[in-house]
Design a protein. Structure first.
Length: 65
């Protein structure tokens, strides 16, 4: 396999997975894109509630722990 083909494959996969991570981050913190300001619904939430939401999502993703 040529180095060019390997590099294109790695870049494509990296881009795809970074997109997935961005979607998850937006769901958890309420901020959209690179804007660090959370949406108004997230601004009203307290940090304990926010942490609980993240913890619940993490446990759902890996229920064996």
């Amino acid at each position: 396999m040529k180095l060019f083909n390997v590099m294109v494959h790695v870049l494509t996969e990296t881009n795809r997975h970074l997109g997935h991570a961005d979607v998850l981050r937006e769901e958890l913190d309420g901020a959209l894109g690179s804007d660090p300001t959370p949406s108004s619904s997230q601004q009203d939430a307290d940090w304990a509630g926010h942490r609980a939401k993240i913890e619940k999502a993490a446990r759902a993703a890996h229920p064996s722990d």
